[in-house]
Design a protein around this ligand. Structure first.
Ligand code: AHG
Ligand code: MN
Ligand code: MN
Length: 352
């Protein structure tokens, strides 16, 4: 087997990071716990049906009414156990209706999506675990209060992706986003990919196009222009990718640029989209910004939004900075698209 030449060990990276900034010690302990738990996750996911009916639906639903899969619940239990080994005061999880108090003396609050991409479990497509690390608030009136801080207050965040490779994608403090990959030969994580910088412009978009008829006019206008390619106002052919796992779309965008959109739409219950602010949008926005990209709710930076509740949803757009800004222009100014002569009739008279 080839050697991994010149790669940095995950444990060494965390030690160096804490040496430079001791305030990150607790978050580094959380990351070590996540790395250990993700090895267990990776092993059982790679067994698939040999392990059991991981993608089978249970009788239970989570807080949003989604049917829980066996792996959703298993993943939740694995990560809750892991966080007991770190200075974590409380956890919010997609799979738990209320915050779970762990160590009242802990200095950190962790929000997590234990298993992202549930619909892809049985399809053998990449899935993941998403996490957000916040400092606890002094004098908080409840466990919930720790979590109602804007994402800008995160001191660490990221996700694990269980795919052809199992990788840990994270950022600590204001340090650049990093990707460490599990080497199953020794059970350790190494930096096999250099710290990603998201290209400023892109020609690849990710959106569930089956919802086209439910979108607002600015999103339809933007996607129309992408689809028109070189013959349209963007004057560039675009490609489309949508995996159904946020972690997989985020990983691809970190590596080769792109824009991801899960906007609000007109379906009942989808006015703020589908994704959750605390444990999907905020951690993705954190690592995207620390890789040079942007993340918005179509208009505002995700990281500036004050959560209205622990399971609040939010429209999510992220990726290449110039392209995310372009999408904001479609929302801010109807003339932005209407003033283009060839498209005026279509947009100006019918859609806007
Ligand atoms: P989860 O499995 O945690 O419920 O998250 C699924 C999310 C996200 O991973 C993905 O981007 C999106 O839902 C897919 O939604 P659609 O099925 O509507 O395309
Ligand atoms: Mn999810
Ligand atoms: Mn989930």
């Amino acid at each position: 087997m080839p050697q991994l030449a010149g790669t940095e060990d995950f444990a060494a990276y965390l030690d160096q990071t804490v040496e430079l900034d001791a305030r990150l010690d607790g978050a580094a302990q959380v990351l070590r716990a996540i790395a250990a738990a993700s090895i267990e996750m990776s092993e059982l996911i790679s067994l698939g049906r040999l392990y059991g009916q991981l993608g089978a639906s249970r009788a239970s639903t989570n807080t949003d009414g989604d049917v829980q899969k066996e792996l959703d619940v298993l993943a939740n239990d694995i990560f809750v156990s892991a966080f007991r080994q770190a200075p974590v005061a409380a956890i919010v999880s997609e799979e738990l209706s209320e915050p779970l108090v762990l160590d009242p003396a802990g200095s950190l609050a962790v929000a997590m999506d234990p298993l992202d991409g549930s619909s892809n479990i049985d399809a053998n497509v990449s899935i993941g675990t998403i996490f957000s690390i916040l400092p606890v608030l002094a004098n908080a009136s409840s466990a919930e209060a720790h979590f109602l801080q804007p994402g800008r207050m995160q001191i660490g965040a990221g996700f694990v992706i269980y795919g052809p490779q199992t990788s840990l994608v994270f950022a600590l403090g204001s340090n650049q986003t990093q990707i460490f990959t599990l080497d199953r030969r020794d059970g350790r994580f190494y930096q096999a990919v250099s710290a990603p910088i998201i290209a400023r412009e892109c020609a690849e978009y990710a959106i569930n196009a089956s919802n086209y008829r439910h979108w607002d006019a600015p999103v339809r206008a933007f996607i129309d222009d992408c689809v028109q390619g070189a013959e349209g106002p963007l004057k560039r052919n675009h490609n489309m990718r949508w995996t159904g796992s946020l972690v997989a779309d985020a990983y691809r965008i970190l590596l080769r640029g792109g824009i991801f959109l899960y906007p609000g739409d007109h379906r009942a219950g989808y006015q703020d989209g589908r994704l959750r602010l605390l444990y999907e949008a905020n951690p993705v926005a954190f690592i995207v910004e620390l890789a040079g990209g942007l993340a918005t709710d179509c208009v505002r930076p995700i990281l500036d939004i004050v959560p209205s509740g622990i399971h609040a949803r939010v429209p999510l757009v992220f990726g290449s900075a110039a392209t995310v800004e372009l999408l904001t222009c479609y929302h801010g100014d109807p003339q932005f698209s209407a003033d283009r002569a060839p498209l005026f009739g279509k947009r100006g008279l019918i859609r806007l």
